[in-house]
Unconditional design. Structure first.
Length: 154
């Protein structure tokens, strides 16, 4: 990866880590879940409001963790608004691939712009322990939409 690109990615992660977007509790959520990454100590509560067509109308999170886990949750909340639950699940699968495989493919049924935004976190590929930090928010989103209540990355 080019150095200036890596630097830009680092800046985005630090910015979202320090100033997380959509932080807090939305009032009328209809899905929620707790996520926990014991490897790093990251914890997250996600709140989702979906409408009758399964479109995410609002989303927020609370929690504590390393810069990567907070930045990932912050970015995810920005991306999820307006997406259907199915689109969110597809993005999760593609993002997970991006974080774990060098030869990850770009599925054609996934929002390309959203995936590009998530690329700032793809550097975790080189640090397997960090993959769980980067994907915790998405695992928690998956638990929330399936009303599982709680997930652990272990
Ligand atoms: Zn972490």
């Amino acid at each position: 990866m080019m150095d200036d690109l890596r630097e830009l990615y680092q800046e985005v992660i630090l910015d979202h880590g320090k100033h997380p977007r959509n932080y807090g509790t939305i009032e009328d959520y209809n899905h929620t879940a707790h996520g926990h990454n014991p490897m790093c100590g990251d914890t997250l509560v996600l709140y989702l409001k979906t409408d009758a067509d399964d479109v995410v109308r609002d989303v927020s999170f609370k929690g504590q963790g390393c810069a990567i886990s907070v930045a990932s949750a912050s970015l995810m909340t920005e991306i999820l608004k307006g997406k259907t639950v199915t689109e969110a699940e597809r993005l999760f699968a593609a993002f997970h691939d991006m974080c774990t495989r060098d030869d990850a493919e770009r599925p054609s049924d996934v929002d390309e712009e959203a995936l590009e935004r998530l690329e700032v976190l793809s550097g975790v590929r080189e640090f397997p322990v960090r993959v769980k930090c980067a994907t915790l928010a998405w695992h928690t989103m998956d638990a929330a939409v399936h009303d599982k209540g709680e997930i652990s990355t272990e």
